[in-house]
Design a protein around this ligand. Structure first.
Ligand code: NAD
Length: 282
């Protein structure tokens, strides 16, 4: 069927997506581009510091010859970068993408807790930095509420004991996880400390901090118990707008028991709205 000249003009550009980090989240997002965003986007580039991960993902998506041998080659081959790495230099990787005038979806939000300079760079370069809400509810309301006075924000993250097994802070504090028999607070403090002590667990805290612009009012509690079977995040905010309480009880991502499934779904939804040029909520 041929399109009328007007329809042809209105036909949206197909966005070329580059996946940086082909682990659990990068792989899920790459597969979802086909199932959820087929008319709007294609995966044109995959890069992982472990080439076997990129090659494995290549076999599971319908886009041919996407594996790139370096990050600069990925940047040459896409319009939008999906950052899904667990790297020490994530900040620099995202910075390079912005300098190359690529839009970026950021998953490792904890690395951007002091994000002002990277936000300024995105603005200067005329590109977009997308941060999905992740495994929590209420980011839309927190963004709106933070235009006026915020009195307090408390995030209580509850996770099963196995979610902390490899955590360096827990080891350093000599917490014997196998001896925990009842609900136990592992951490109670500010967001900067929380992100340092629980880098793999607490991207949600960083997302709230960025959305609220009220880092200093944000208190993070991390709790475990043998009774906990799922990861849950409860948020309480009070301020000039009133008070809100939200709670998510998350099932884990089928590919990675350390990641909540909702975090991946929220990234895919963010991309879908970006491709469609529609933004629902605040
Ligand atoms: N925002 C959220 O709600 C949320 C939720 C869960 C996880 N995360 C974050 O998303 C990121 C990815 O999580 P995941 O579960 O997919 O992790 P993963 O370990 O399954 O995958 C990460 C991949 O990145 C690759 N990698 C590491 N350094 C790299 C580099 N310099 N260049 C290219 N590839 C590199 C690894 O080889 C691996 O394949 C982590 O930082 C995690 O903390 C965010």
């Amino acid at each position: 069927m041929s399109l009328s000249p007007l329809r042809k003009q209105a036909k949206a550009k197909i966005i070329r997506v580059g996946i940086l980090g082909c682990g659990a989240i990068g792989s899920r997002i790459a597969k979802s581009i086909k199932t959820q965003c087929d008319d709007q986007a294609v995966v044109t580039a995959l890069f992982d510091i472990n080439p076997a991960k990129a090659q494995h993902l290549q076999k599971n998506i319908p886009y041919k010859n996407s594996v790139k041998t370096s990050y600069p080659k990925l940047l040459e081959s896409c319009d939008l970068v999906v950052e899904a790495v667990n790297a020490a230099d994530t900040y620099q990787l995202v910075r390079s993408a912005l300098l190359a005038k690529k839009d970026v979806l950021v998953m490792s939000v904890g690395k951007f807790i002091e994000g002002e300079s990277i936000f300024k760079l995105a603005q200067k370069q005329g590109v977009r930095l997308l941060i999905p809400s992740g495994a929590i509810a209420g980011i839309d309301a927190i963004k709106a509420a933070s235009l006026q006075r915020i009195d307090r924000i408390i995030l209580t993250t509850r996770k099963p004991i196995y979610g902390f097994v490899d955590n360096a802070y827990i080891k350093e504090k000599r917490v014997n996880l196998s001896k925990i028999k009842k609900e136990t607070i592992l951490f109670d403090g500010n967001v900067r400390e929380a992100v340092k002590c629980f880098p793999q667990n607490i991207n949600v805290a960083a997302t709230i901090a960025l959305a609220s612009d009220a880092k200093d009012k944000l208190r993070i509690r991390i709790v475990t118990s043998p009774e906990f079977k799922v990861n849950s995040h409860e948020i309480e905010v009070a301020g000039e707008f009133g008070r809100l309480v939200t709670k998510t009880e998350n099932v884990v991502c089928p590919d990675n028991p350390k990641t909540s499934y909702l975090a991946v779904l929220s990234a895919v939804r963010t991309l879908k709205e970006y491709f469609q040029g529609v933004k629902i909520g605040t």
